[in-house]
Design a protein around this ligand. Structure first.
Ligand code: AMP
Length: 112
């Protein structure tokens, strides 16, 4: 299934891309929920974090390492919130695995 994120990877629709390598791409969310709100996605089409398989182990680790690098590059020295909404109960609206990297303001717990 083609999602809007696949179209961003393929450059079929524009996005404010802040990072890209062979395995993943990160771009600013169109409806930011914090001063910094970036989405990090694998280029491989994986529906959600629940759909990762053994063969994705190094990809999953890579994504987490990129989160740390991105947070530094984006100046999130005070910390950040990393979110992977998963499935309907998790509030996922785009069926392509993505991490929300949110920062630039304090975050509350528990989330809504
Ligand atoms: P989720 O609800 O966790 O599936 O998150 C999907 C996110 O994608 C939402 O925060 C949307 O604002 C964001 N989004 C949807 N379309 C685009 C787009 N074309 N460019 C950037 N972000 C988008």
């Amino acid at each position: 299934m083609t999602t809007i994120f696949k179209k961003i990877i393929e450059r079929e629709i524009p996005a404010d891309i802040v990072y890209e390598d062979d395995l993943c791409i990160a771009f600013r969310d169109v409806q930011p929920q914090a001063p910094v709100h970036v989405l990090l996605i694998p280029k491989k089409q994986i529906c959600s974090i629940a759909d990762l398989s053994e063969e994705d182990q190094s990809l999953a680790g890579h994504l987490l390492l990129v989160v740390g690098k991105l947070a530094k590059e984006l100046g999130l020295d005070g910390g950040f919130r990393l979110v992977a909404n998963t499935g309907s109960d998790g509030g996922q609206t785009v069926d392509h695995l993505h991490f929300h990297l949110l920062g630039g303001r304090p975050h509350q717990w528990p989330p809504g």
